[in-house]
Write a protein that binds this ligand. Structure first.
Ligand code: NAD
Length: 260
């Protein structure tokens, strides 16, 4: 049995994690933290997350005393602010800057933190496949295309960057050195570049395509998240891992391989 507190509990992901936690007999939902001034402060988390019944835990501005593991899906600014709670955490928020990532690394010296821009098991398995395809199909041109709902703030997605890093590492390169974000005007393809493109619209939960174009064939791998539930379940899996881990910064690969 683990206790979790969902930070950003009124958001798309926050509500999904609350629901998944309330439906998981091995998880106790200890609290739900909302943005200061939110009109939903004080409301019952069961009703807030759409479970359709009260569960006797109210949304609050601060985590409760016995918060357990914090599961955070908010904004980069709020995520960094919440490091001051000094609690074990699972961070799903994407779009953190280099400076914000450094703050997470610093906090992870004293508490265990999983930082995972994509919590789905499928995407995390895909990373290794992409790394290998990129290495073996050395001369192929790689393009990454992602699509998300119209409300997503950061672009490209954290997952597209993870896939890009996997592809670059398969060729012994750093993504920073080979990435091209969208193209406009006169921009012929340079040898070895990795193109990354972001589509935004409607209600798309998350789609990622990695295409390797050869002269005589094209190889394409696709991942489609059909519901946010897949991320929520991954986040709870990561929370279980963090509850038993030593201080340090972990990835979803660590969670899936059980190293901690
Ligand atoms: P959203 O806008 O629906 O929800 C974010 C919530 O954070 C909002 O309810 C907002 O009120 C709340 N918030 C903002 N500041 C806060 C604060 N100081 N304290 C408490 N709550 C605060 O967004 P979303 O679609 O739920 O996505 C949230 C983040 O999670 C984004 O960065 C998104 O890219 C990321 N995400 C990650 C994964 C993954 O698998 N890692 C999956 C989906 C989304």
């Amino acid at each position: 049995m683990i206790r979790v507190t969902v930070v950003g509990a009124a958001g798309r992901m926050g509500r999904e994690v609350c629901r998944a936690a309330l439906e998981d007999p091995e998880v106790e939902l200890a609290g739900g933290v909302l943005e200061p001034g939110s009109p939903a402060l004080g409301s019952d988390l069961g009703e807030l997350c759409g479970l359709g019944r009260k569960v006797g835990v109210a949304a609050s501005e601060e985590p409760p005393e016995d918060a357990g593991v914090l599961v955070e899906f908010t904004t980069p600014e709020a995520t960094v602010e919440h490091l001051s709670y000094g609690r074990p955490a699972v961070i799903g928020t994407t779009g953190l800057s280099g400076e914000q990532l450094a703050r997470v690394e610093e906090a992870a010296r004293s508490v265990p933190i999983v930082l995972a821009p994509n919590m789905s098991v499928g995407v995390n398995l895909l990373l290794e496949a992409v790394r290998r395809l990129s290495a073996e199909l050395a001369g192929y041109d790689i393009e990454i295309v992602e699509a998300h709902h119209r409300g997503k703030r950061d672009a490209p997605s954290g997952t597209a960057l993870l896939l890009g890093r996997a592809a670059a590492s398969g060729r012994g390169q750093r993504l920073e050195d080979v990435a091209v974000y969208g193209r406009e005007g006169i921009s012929p393809r340079r040898e070895g570049e990795i193109g990354i493109h972001a589509l935004r619209g409607g209600a798309v939960v998350g789609e990622h395509r990695v295409i390797l174009y050869g002269q005589g064939e094209e190889v394409e791998v696709v991942h489609r998240a059909l519901s946010r539930r897949t991320f929520a379940e991954g986040a709870l899996r990561a929370a279980r891992f963090v509850a038993a881990a030593e201080p340090g910064l972990y990835t979803m690969q660590d969670v899936l391989s059980g190293t901690g």
